[in-house]
Each structure stands twice: as C-alpha cells, then as structure tokens.
Ligand binder design. Structure first.
Ligand code: NAP
Length: 530
C-alpha cells in the first residue's frame, strides 16, 4: 500500500478539491511527502449522502456479518505491516514499540467488538408478551431492541494515531452498533490515516458491506469537521481532543434544526491523592512510578497524572524531593506537533507564573534540540492558593504536574471538592488506611469516571468493565465511556415494536431466539424461546 494523498468517498479514492498540504515530522520539523488533498464542502455532502444511503443495509446486516467485517478490518490493518508502523512513527515522533503496541490494541479492540456483536447483549432485547385476558385492560405484545442511531462522524485524535483515530475506539464501537462512519482525519498523522482507511476500505469490499459504510475526509476542523457535524444525515459525533474543540462541536450540534449527541472526551488532570501512611511506607517508590507515568508518551495522554495532592508531612517532603530527583534525569521528548508543543509551553508558563506556584524541578531542556521537544516539569502550590485560583485546574497537555500541599485533611477535602469532572482519580494508600478517609474518597469518586488504588492512570485497558469518561468537562456525557465495549451504547437508540406481525420481526426479537442471545422475557433473563 502506498499513500496517494486522496480521500475516500463512497468506496472511491478521489482527489480532494480544496487544495493540498503536507504532514510534518515532529522530530525534525521537516515536511513529509507526498502532498495530501483536502475535501471540499461538496465532497463532504457526497460522503454524507453515501453514508445515509448505506445506513439501512448496514444497520440490518446480521450480527455475524458485522462481526466478520470488524475482524476483517483488524486483519487488513495487520496486513499493512511495516509500512503503517514506519509512517506512524515518522508522523508522530512516537517510538516503534509504542506504535506496534497501539496497533495491537487497535486490532484487539476491533476483535473484541466483534465478540460483543456476536454475544448480542448490547441489543438489550426485552420482550413483554401479550396478555389478552388481563383485567381491566389487555396488554399487547411489546418488544424492545437497541438499534443503530445512523451515520456517525468520528474526529481522529492527535495523541493516538491508531487506537483513537481512523479505526480507533469510536469507529469500532460505531461499526459494532451498525452505524456508517465518516472520519475527519487528524492533520497531525494524515498518511497514517490514509493507510488505515485503505485497510477499512478493503474490509468493506471483502465482506460485502455497502460502499458508504466508511469514508475518510481530510481537511480543517472548521471547514470539513463543521460541515460533517452540521450535515442533516449525521446522527452522532465522537471526539477526543481539546476543550475548545469539543465545545465548538457541541455548540454546532446543538444549533442544528435537529440537535444530535456529541460524545466528547476533552481532557483531565487525573488527580492523584497520596494518603499519609502510604507515603510514610513508600514515598520513593511512589515518586519513581509517578515520574514514569507522567513522562510516558511525553505526557500526551488524556490520563496523564497532572495533579498530585497530599497532606504536609516529612514523608510528603521526601516524596517531593524524590520526584524532583527522578524528574531532572528525564529527557526532553518529541511532542506530536508544533501546536501541541506551543500549547504545552504556554500552559506551563501560565501555571508557573500564578501566585504561590513554584517550579520545583525540570527535566532536560528542549533548547537546541531539533523538532518539537518539551521539558518535563514539576510545580508545587499550597492548597489555599490552589483552591482560590480556578486557572490552576487547567490541563497542561504534556509531562507537567502540579503538586498541592494541604495543611490537613479538611484542606485536602476542600481541594478535592474544588475539582471539576475528571477521567480518573487515584488514591495511594497503605493496607487498611482507606477506611479512615471515607468522605474524601467519596468526594473523589463523585468527580471521576475511573477510581484507581495504588497505581497510575496511564494505560487504559480495553475490556468490558472499562470507563473512560467522567463528569463534565472530562466528557460531555458522564453516562457513557469512549473505551471498552460499553462504548457501543453511545451509538444506539431503543425502538419498541408494539403488536408487530411476528413473521416480520428482526432475528433478535423472533420467538425462537435463532441467535441464542440473552433476552429479558416477561421480566426474566433467559436464552430460551418465547
Ligand atoms: P483539537 O485542537 O481539539 O483538535 C482535534 C480535532 O478537532 C481536529 O481534527 C481539529 O481540526 C478539530 N477541531 C478543533 N477545533 C475545532 C472547531 N472549532 N471546529 C471544528 N473542528 C475543530 O486537539 P488536538 O489537535 O489533538 O490538540 C490540541 C490540544 O488539545 C492539545 O494541546 C491538548 O491541550 C488537547 N488535547 C487533549 C487530549 C486529551 O485527551 N485530553 C487529546 C489531544 C489533545 P483541525 O485539523 O483543523 O485542527
């Protein structure tokens, strides 16, 4: 497979009609070949019309056909081989092991969704059979089923060129639901996006899915992205990125004649709370693991631990000293692109100049290094200054953290209660220590989508039980996750069939239960026939 610079509409690769641009290697700042083309608004309309034309057939594909398609996407991505790995590395500055790991995660995710589709639980079938003799009124036969919401727009994320991008979690879960997908690729890794789109296009063909099941459109967010979100045929949006970007899309979606859900994941500080005894026992080990997590992937994870809170003590001082000592030896890593580097430097400069904030340690300087590198940074602030200044709860996307020192438990509780919604919250505790901090832990749990004990939040398992979401502004809808199989629920809507002819029911609702799936029949969960 070679990169053509074309975009994919209705199964055809065509030249975008809005000019060209080039990807940039963030490790060197050099432009990469070939030139890539951008979609025009007419091309967006064509792609959306194709998705709409494919929606009915794709929605009604059998569970096994859809599972087969998802598996085929994974196989075709693997078949891209080294071409994909090399291009992703050169476009993102991420090392080979990370890209290969992410590819495995992406394909594992597609295969896991294939299993989820076959299991059929996501359909949430409920059947209440007719009660013709019920008094005072008879009950009619009622059957409930989750079905695909319609065409979904996915914005590829800059920080996961594979796992949260063209064939990432949003796309996989929308396909699993039975929704056609239109991807607005991220301009930070356009060649990678095209290669993955080629793999999906192959899978569409090989498994006989309708051509408009998948399209890839490159171009700017304000033009191509906005045109996609406002297209009447589009029924939902998945997004990972900045708060400003996410909010702009929510606004566009809400102003449509028919508002639609926009599932945004917009960043998080991922607070880490250090309970006193855990620090007395393990300050150095926790500090070392913390710095490892902070600097992983050059800190460019939405789950990066950017905020640490502890109660003043000699053990907390020891933790700060140890963290500083580990941090100074961290090298200045390559960031994903110039804009992210600039945002990081501005963020660190703003936070470090706030009243009461002190820079405690920095890693290797990015000065004199080629490309878009950044300096890992640790800052400290008192809880009173932190609580008084909402600006200190802004995300610094990259390897920077703010450590909040609290005078006592009451101040720690107030600091935690001052936090807005987060993707994760972490507690470091000695054995049996947590029971004495019930109110604190409850306050933290009310602000996060995932609560961790004695670990660090980077590394999000793709599984059935994962929640990668959380109260606003971590996500736009805290009822849903964007990672794990439960992500499929974002792209489904329930429909109830009342008194419907039995011979016309879709397979999941048929009396004989030909799919052998779990169903709620007259209030009882069973796989038996009606
Ligand atoms: P971004 O600027 O939010 O962009 C993400 C996608 O949304 C891009 O495709 C972008 O289009 C589009 N977009 C942005 N603003 C838009 C608007 N007003 N209307 C329509 N589309 C819009 O995120 P990014 O490029 O990945 O990184 C920028 C910053 O976002 C980072 O510095 C970081 O602070 C934050 N970020 C956070 C996370 C997280 O998980 N917390 C992840 C990534 C980034 P364009 O191609 O035109 O830019």
């Amino acid at each position: 497979m070679t990169i053509t610079g074309k975009i994919l509409i209705d199964g055809e690769w065509v030249e975008g009609q809005s000019g060209t641009y080039q990807a940039v290697n963030p490790a060197t700042g050099e432009k990469l070949e070939p030139a890539l083309s951008k979609a025009s608004s007419d091309q967006v309309k064509e792609a959306v019309a194709a998705a709409e034309a494919s929606a009915s057939k794709f929605r009604r594909s059998s569970l096994s056909q859809r599972a087969n398609f998802l598996r085929s996407c994974a196989d075709e991505i693997m078949a891209l081989g080294d071409t994909l790995v090399q291009r992703a590395m050169v476009e993102t500055g991420l090392p080979q092991a990370r890209i290969e790991g992410e590819r495995a995660r992406t394909c594992g995710q597609l295969n896991l969704f294939a299993e989820t589709v076959l299991a059929g639980d996501f359909l949430d079938v409920r059947i209440d059979t007719a009660l013709p003799d019920r008094q005072p009124l008879p009950r009619l036969d009622l059957r409930y089923l989750n079905q695909a919401i319609g065409p979904v727009v996915v914005f590829g994320a800059s920080n996961f060129p594979l796992a949260f991008s063209v064939a990432g979690g949003d796309t996989a879960s929308a396909f699993a639901a039975g929704c056609p997908v239109l991807v607005k690729g991220h301009s930070s890794h356009p060649g990678t996006s095209e290669l993955v789109a080629q793999a999906i296009a192959q899978a569409v063909k090989k498994t006989g899915m309708p051509a408009g099941t998948f399209s890839l459109l490159m171009g700017s967010g304000r033009e191509v992205g906005a045109a996609l979100v406002t297209a009447p045929e589009v029924k939902a949006v998945g997004f990972t990125g900045s708060f400003a970007g996410g909010m702009a899309l929510i606004k566009l979606a809400n102003e449509r004649p028919e508002p639609i859900p926009v599932f945004t994941e917009m960043g998080s500080l991922n607070p880490v709370v250090l309970l006193p005894k855990s620090l007395e026992d393990n300050a150095e080990q926790i500090a070392e693991a913390f710095v490892g997590s902070l600097n992983l992937g050059v800190g460019q994870f939405c789950t990066n631990p950017g905020l640490v809170l502890g109660i003043e003590s000699p053990a907390l001082d020891q933790f700060i000293e140890a963290t500083a000592a580990f941090l100074v030896s961290q090298s200045a890593g390559v960031m994903l692109n110039e804009g992210i580097q600039q945002a990081y430097n501005e963020g660190v400069a703003t936070i470090s100049s706030q009243p009461g904030v002190a820079k405690r340690a920095v890693g290797e300087s990015q000065e004199n290094k080629p490309g878009f590198c950044c300096q890992p940074t640790l800052m400290t602030v008192s809880a009173s200054a932190f609580i008084a200044n909402p600006l200190l709860t802004e995300e610094m996307f990259g390897p920077a953290a703010l450590l909040v020192t609290c005078k006592n438990l009451a101040e720690l509780l107030t600091a935690v209660k001052s936090l807005r919604g987060q993707l994760t919250g972490t507690i470091h505790t000695a054995v049996g220590e947590m029971v004495d901090y019930d109110e604190l832990i409850d306050a933290l749990s009310q602000r996060v989508g995932r609560l961790l004990v004695n670990g660090f939040p980077t590394g999000v398992e793709v599984c059935h039980a994962m929640v990668h979401g959380g109260p606003f502004p971590a996500s736009s809808d805290p009822r849903f996750t964007s990672v794990g199989t439960a992500a499929v629920y974002r792209f489904l809507r329930p429909i109830c069939y009342q008194n419907y002819p039995k011979e016309l029911f879709p397979e999941p609702l048929q009396d004989s239960n030909p799919l052998g799936i779990w169903r709620l029949i007259n209030g009882e969960r069973t796989t038996t026939a009606v």
